[in-house]
Design a protein around this ligand. Structure first.
Ligand SMILES: Cc1cc2nc3c(=O)[nH]c(=O)nc-3n(C[C@H](O)[C@H](O)[C@H](O)COP(=O)(O)OP(=O)(O)OC[C@H]3O[C@@H](n4cnc5c(N)ncnc54)[C@H](O)[C@@H]3O)c2cc1C
Length: 379
């Protein structure tokens, strides 16, 4: 354990920042701990924003997390705007400079946008979710751009709210995430519940008077009262531009989350070095596990590399899906329970290198069991 760290600064008040603070305390760091977060809110569950929070019968507290116990000084509504890793100083947008001995970078990512049009909504923050929920209450005509997890969850929430919804995607929704077999189950339910799906090669967002319009590569246009883009995320690295820590614009860590002496990173902002190369894994449980590793690596030079198999879940159109292992999967699956094309089902794929992925659709299997099914040692 390092006795040299008197002050640790954590930049980012999301789940990675929160977990880093908790881990530092659990591992015995009793020095000055400061967490800098651009949002005015306490840490909350981002996954809840596109699930329970959008539904008409929503539990409006579904995003809340347990009160923090790490005792850090929390600077909320304050953003880091610069980093000098030699002098070990973080500059803040209120003009303050925050010296540190150890730094965890957990500034996450933001929604990617396709235009500067103010009517192109995105869903990343709690404020975005409240705004979208309010708009859906009037049952507007909705266009969702993007057929990934977030796009389909938003479409599901909008359909449940009684809206007429068109989803524009560049491939069969969910197929790039879960493979064609499971995607087909979700798409079938989505269509049965009234979702209109448009597949196109490419789409742009343009202005038509006050309203944004989606134009597809075939020239077709889709106008809506509410347009929501769900077309990926962009890591929040701009504040690190002058730090010398970015490589081709990416914040690359080693397998334990180390970036530079006294600096580690975790969560959606980090391009993590793992068994599959350098990748960003913008998932909730990955942010948690990376943050535990990054906090440990700050305190202990001998901290092990993170060994973690990605876990991911989604809820949409009445289905609950859990997946462990590399995604997307290809080809047809081994059926462990249920039917191959009808939920509930428990399905397993094996990749060329022997790596396994298990996907549960509406199957109440506990996550540890799901993990065991990917491990040949438990066959
Ligand atoms: C709507 C939605 C639904 C999702 N659903 C799922 C799901 O079902 N399953 C799943 O596995 N994953 C899901 N995810 C992804 C998951 O939520 C993220 O992977 C996770 O929240 C990442 O945590 P993080 O702490 O790294 O980043 P973030 O949650 O982005 O937190 C980073 C924080 O840092 C702040 N910040 C940014 N820049 C600065 C700065 N310069 N100074 C100070 N603070 C700064 C940001 O405002 C933010 O509060 C979802 C994401 C969204 C948006």
């Amino acid at each position: 354990m390092s006795a040299l760290l008197e002050r640790v600064v954590v930049v980012g008040g999301g789940i990675a920042g929160l977990t880093a603070c908790d881990t530092l305390r659990e591992r015995g760091f009793d020095g000055d701990l400061v967490i800098v977060g651009a949002e005015p809110h306490a840490p909350y569950s981002r996954p809840a924003l596109s699930k329970s929070l959008l539904r008409p019968e929503a539990d409006l507290t579904a995003h809340e997390l347990a009160p923090t116990t790490h005792g850090a000084r929390e600077l909320r509504g304050v953003a880091a705007v610069g980093l000098d890793p030699v002098r070990r100083i973080v500059s803040l947008d209120d003009g303050d400079e925050l010296p540190y001995d150890g730094l965890v970078i957990a500034s996450g990512s933001r929604a990617r946008r396709l235009s500067g049009h103010p009517g192109e909504l995105t869903l990343r923050s709690l404020d975005d979710a409240h705004r979208l929920r309010e708009r859906l209450a009037d049952r507007p005509r909705v266009v969702v751009l993007g057929g990934g997890v977030l796009g389909m969850e938003i479409a599901s929430g909008a359909v449940a709210a009684g809206c007429e919804v068109t989803l524009v995607a560049t491939s069969a929704p969910m197929s790039r995430q879960l493979g064609e077999q499971v995607a087909a189950m979700l798409v079938r339910s989505a269509r049965e519940q009234g979702l209109d799906i448009v597949i196109t090669d490419a789409a742009t967002v343009e202005s038509e008077g006050e309203r944004p319009v989606v134009r597809t590569s075939s020239g077709a246009t889709y106008t809506a009262d509410v347009l929501v883009s769900a077309v990926g995320d962009v890591p929040n690295t701009e504040w690190l531009a002058g730090s010398g820590l970015l490589r081709d614009g990416r914040l690359v860590t080693d397998g334990s989350g180390r970036v530079a002496p006294g600096v580690t990173a975790a969560g959606d902002v980090a391009s993590w070095t793992g068994a599959r190369g350098v990748t960003r894994v913008p998932l909730w449980t990955s942010a948690i596990e990376q943050a535990k590793a990054a906090a440990s690596a700050l305190l202990d030079p001998g901290a092990p590399e993170l060994a973690f198999q990605n876990y991911f879940w989604t809820e949409q159109f009445g289905h609950g899906v859990k997946a462990v292992g590399p995604l997307p999967v290809h080809g047809s699956a081994e059926v462990l329970a249920g039917e191959p094309h009808v939920a509930p089902a428990l399905l397993r794929w094996e990749g060329d290198g022997g790596e396994r992925t298990v996907i549960a659709v509406d199957h109440r299997i506990p996550i540890p069991r799901l993990r065991r099914l990917t491990d040949p040692a438990f066959d």
